[in-house]
Design a protein around this ligand. Structure first.
Ligand SMILES: C[S@@+](CC[C@H](N)C(=O)[O-])C[C@H]1O[C@@H](n2cnc3c(N)ncnc32)[C@H](O)[C@@H]1O
Length: 224
């Protein structure tokens, strides 16, 4: 089984400190929502985020959307050999049922995430497809995901060829960690907790490119 954890994902509600900024107020009002109940999104809140610490990397729900769509629709997931998790910059862990069918439409995905942040579970307690767990540091995430090897993906890691790598690594439950942010490095202390840090290209890649390499090459490795 391949477990993929998107770590330090830039997914959060609008922080209190910028909740009264005009760009935040206007967008929330249009959607009939309280300013602190909407997702921070750099496309909408760019002006307000200039005053936010690390504002240049925050507010990227689109990365989580792409990541989850790609993972949940993959052949590996259909084979029952994939589990995905999202850890956020504020140390929440989102547990994802592999049968979840996510909205393809981005505004609908945003609405779903807002409900998840506000209710802790979607679509309902009786059918918890996505569950948000507060107070999950990266280390606590590792302790609660069943795995026997932790591999962090980083452009500065040991260079490997993904097809060969997955054939050689014989972990039954392999946990791969990808950073859920557009720039900078992990905020969490991921490197000392990893068994290995690997790079799959000499270029910095997008999250979805890295994920697609993992999905296809792991699938090929376990089919043989
Ligand atoms: C857009 S990158 C973040 C950019 C950041 N400057 C960095 O150095 O990782 C998002 C994530 O994709 C993964 N990634 C990007 N390029 C990679 C590469 N060449 N090899 C392995 N993983 C990579 C890493 O997990 C990274 O945290």
């Amino acid at each position: 089984m391949l477990h993929v954890l998107l770590a330090d994902a830039e997914l959060e509600l609008v922080p209190e400190s910028i909740a009264s900024h005009p760009s935040v107020v206007v967008n929330a009002r249009k959607r009939g929502k309280k300013t602190t109940r909407v997702l921070l999104d750099t496309n909408l809140h760019h002006a307000a985020m200039k005053d936010l610490e690390m504002g240049e990397r925050r507010g990227r729900p689109d990365i989580v959307h792409f990541f989850l769509l790609l993972a949940l629709d993959s052949i590996l997931n259909q084979m029952g050999e994939l589990r995905v998790y999202v850890h956020t910059r504020n140390n929440e862990l989102i547990l994802v049922d592999p049968l979840t069918r996510l909205p393809k439409n981005y505004p609908r995905f945003v609405g779903l995430m807002e409900t998840l942040f506000n209710n802790g579970v979607v679509p309902s307690k009786e059918m918890p497809l996505l569950r948000l767990m507060p107070d999950y540091t990266f280390e606590k995430c590792l302790n609660s995901i069943p795995h026997d090897r932790t591999v962090v993906l980083s452009p500065t890691g040991k260079p490997v060829l993904p097809d060969r790598y997955f054939k050689e690594v014989r972990a039954e439950n392999l946990l791969c960690v990808i950073g859920g942010f557009p720039e900078g490095d992990f905020l969490s202390n991921v490197y000392p907790l990893a068994d290995e840090v690997i790079s799959i290209s000499d270029q910095t890649l997008t999250v979805w490119t890295v994920l697609s390499e993992l999905l296809v090459n792991y699938e090929n490795a376990i089919r043989r």
